[in-house]
Design a protein. Sequence first.
Length: 186
Amino acid sequence: MSTAAANRLTAEEFARLPNPPDGSKQELVRGKIVTLPPNGFLHGFVQGNVASLLKAHVRQHKLGRVTVESGVITEQGPDTVRGPDVAFWSYQRVPQGDVPVVYANEPADLVTEVVSPGNTKQRMTLKVRKYFNSGVRLVWVVHPEERTVIVYTKPGDGTVLWEDATLTGGDVLPGFRCPVAEFFQD
C-alpha cells in the first residue's frame, strides 16, 4: 500500500472524527478532509426555508425523511462523503423505522445545494455529477443572490427557474409544488 493510500480516510473513519471546534463544515473527498468555512447568514436562511418547505410536504404525505447537512456517500475506494445543505430520502430507499445513525446505505433521492459566495461553477458542476453517479435522482442548486433554482434531472442538463416560477418535485417528490420565491422570503 502506498503512503498516499495509507493517509486516506474511509467514510467510517471520517464519521468518527469530532466536529471541528471552529464550527467549520468538513467533507471527505477521495479520502481527504476538505474544510469549508461556516455558512453565511443568507445561506443558512435559505437553507432553513428549503428544509422547512420540504419537511412540511414530506411529513404531510408520509413520503420519507428530510435532513440538513447529513453525509451522503458519493464514492467509495477512496471514499467521498458530501454534506448537501438539504436532502430527501424516500421510504422506498430508507424504510420507515430504519433511521441510519451515521450515513444511509442508499443514496438520497433529492439533494439541494445552496450556493455560497465561495462556490465556483466548476466545483458545483462536479458535485452535481458525483451526486448523480452515486444514485441521486434529482438535484436542486439554489442561488440566493440570483434568486434562482437550477433543477437537474441528470448531469449537465439543468433548467433555471427564476423566482416567479413554480418548482415541482416531479416523480422524486410527488405533489410538491412551491413558488421559487418562497425559498428567499422572510
